[in-house]
Design a protein around this ligand. Structure first.
Ligand code: UT7
Length: 339
C-alpha cells in the first residue's frame, strides 16, 4: 500500500470589484499613460482582473476560498491539522497569513457551533508565483511521512497593493484572488488518486528580473515597495524551466504527456502557456486557461484555475493533471496529481 495526499475539495474567491482592460485604459489615462485593450489582449490574453477593496486582505480572500474548499470536501476546520498559505502579499510582516487565516476559520466555525480547529500547524510559503506548487510539495511530503492527515493548501494574493500604476508594463498584468485545496491522506495500491510526483527549484541569481525590492525598517518603507519586472527576461526563462519541470515531474510519476488530461499552468500570459503546451506536445484544448478573466494572480492562479475547471466540469474524478508554476526568485516547479 502507498500513502497519497488526495485532493478532496477545491475552492476559490475573487474580490467583487472587476476591472476590464477598458477600465485600466481609463485608470492609466488619469496619469497621462497610454495603453489599450488591443495591446493587453494581444500580448498577454488578459481581458479582466479583480482588485480588492481597501480594508480587505489576502487572509479574507483565503478565508472565502477555504470555506468553499472545506464545504466541497465535506470537512470542518477541526478536521484540518495543517494550513499552508502561499503568498507574497501577506496581511502583516508577521504573524503569517496562515495563522490569521486559521483564526478567521476558527471564529467562523465557533460561530456556527462547531469545534474551533485551533492548534493545527499553520505557516506561509514564499515562492511568489510558484508558491502553490511549493505549498503542495511541502504538504504532500508531510502527509506522506505521517506528520499531517488533512491539509489546507491555499494561494492568496493582493498584488493590486504592490503595483506601480505609473508603470504600464506591469500594472495591467496582475489581479487579486485566492484558491484552496483540501488534501487528505489515503492509502491504496497503484497510482493514485493523489499527488503522484513533485519537482521544485529555485535560482536566486535571477532576483533582479522579478522582485519587489522594498522592505520595512526603522518604521519606514526602505527601497521601492512596488513590483519590478523585466518581462522579456522572465518570459524566456519561464518557457524553458516549465518544460524541464513538467518533464521531470512526469518522469517521476512514470508518465508521459499522453497520460495528462489537463495542464493547469500558472496564469501569467497566454503566450507562455501556448509555448509550454507546444514544447510538451499537448494540444491547447487540454490547457485550462483563466488568465483572460483573472489576470496574473501569482500564487493564487493555479488553485483558482483548478477550482474553475472543477466547477465547470472540465476536471473529472480519475483524471490526471499537470500543475506548473514559475515566478520571482526565480522559482519554478510542477506537480502531477490524479483526481
Ligand atoms: O508571474 C510571474 C511570471 N511573469 C510572467 O510570466 C510575465 C512574463 N512576461 C510577459 O508576459 C511579457 O514579456 C509582457 C506581457 C510583460 C510584455 O510583453 P512583450 O511582448 O515582451 O512586450 P515588450 O516588453 O517587448 O514591449 C513591447 C512594446 C514596448 O514598446 P516599444 O519599445 O516597442 O515602443 C512597450 O513600451 O509594448 C510597449 N508596452 C505597452 N504598450 C501598451 C508595454 N506595456 C504596454 C502597455 N500598453 N500596457
Amino acid at each position: 500500500m502507498t500513502r497519497y495526499a488526495k485532493i478532496i475539495g477545491t475552492g476559490s474567491a475573487l474580490p467583487a470589484k472587476a476591472l476590464s482592460n477598458g477600465d485600466m485604459v481609463a485608470l492609466l489615462a488619469t496619469k497621462g499613460i497610454e495603453t489599450s485593450d488591443e495591446w493587453i489582449v494581444e500580448r498577454t490574453g488578459i481581458r479582466n482582473r479583480h482588485f480588492i477593496e481597501d480594508g480587505q486582505y489576502a487572509s479574507d480572500l483565503a478565508f472565502a476560498a477555504c470555506e468553499s474548499a472545506l464545504g466541497a470536501a465535506a470537512c470542518k476546520i477541526a478536521d484540518i491539522d495543517l494550513i499552508i498559505v502561499a503568498t507574497s502579499t501577506p496581511d502583516m510582516v508577521f504573524p503569517s497569513t496562515a495563522t490569521i487565516l486559521q483564526r478567521k476559520l476558527s471564529e467562523a466555525a465557533v460561530a456556527r457551533g462547531e469545534p474551533s480547529g485551533a492548534g493545527s500547524a499553520a505557516f506561509d510559503v514564499q515562492a511568489v508565483c510558484s508558491g502553490f506548487i511549493y505549498g503542495l510539495t511541502v504538504a504532500d511530503a508531510m502527509i506522506k511521512v505521517g506528520s499531517a492527515r488533512r491539509a489546507l493548501v491555499v494561494g492568496a494574493e493582493v498584488f493590486s497593493r504592490i503595483l506601480d500604476f505609473n508603470d504600464r508594463t506591469t500594472c495591467v498584468l496582475f489581479g487579486d484572488g485566492a484558491g484552496a485545496v483540501v488534501l487528505e491522506a489515503c492509502e491504496h495500491e497503484g497510482q493514485g488518486p493523489g499527488i503522484l510526483s513533485t519537482d521544485i527549484h529555485a535560482d536566486g541569481k535571477y532576483t533582479p528580473i522579478l522582485c519587489v525590492p522594498g522592505w520595512v525598517a526603522g518604521g519606514q518603507v526602505t527601497g521601492d515597495p512596488t513590483l519590478k519586472m523585466d518581462g522579456q527576461a522572465v518570459f524566456k526563462l519561464a518557457v524553458g524551466v516549465l518544460e524541464d519541470a513538467a518533464k521531470t515531474a512526469l518522469a517521476r510519476a512514470g508518465m508521459s504527456t499522453q497520460d495528462i488530461d489537463w495542464l493547469i499552468p500558472h496564469q501569467a500570459n497566454i503566450r507562455i502557456m501556448q509555448g509550454t503546451a507546444r514544447k510538451l506536445k499537448l494540444p491547447l484544448s487540454k490547457v485550462v486557461v483563466t488568465v483572460d478573466q483573472h489576470g496574473n494572480t501569482s500564487a493564487a492562479s493555479i488553485p483558482l484555475a483548478l477550482d474553475h475547471a472543477v466547477k465547470q466540469g472540465q476536471v473529472q474524478p480519475g483524471q490526471t493533471l499537470l500543475l506548473e508554476g514559475v515566478g520571482g526568485g526565480f522559482t519554478w516547479g510542477a506537480v502531477v496529481v490524479r483526481m
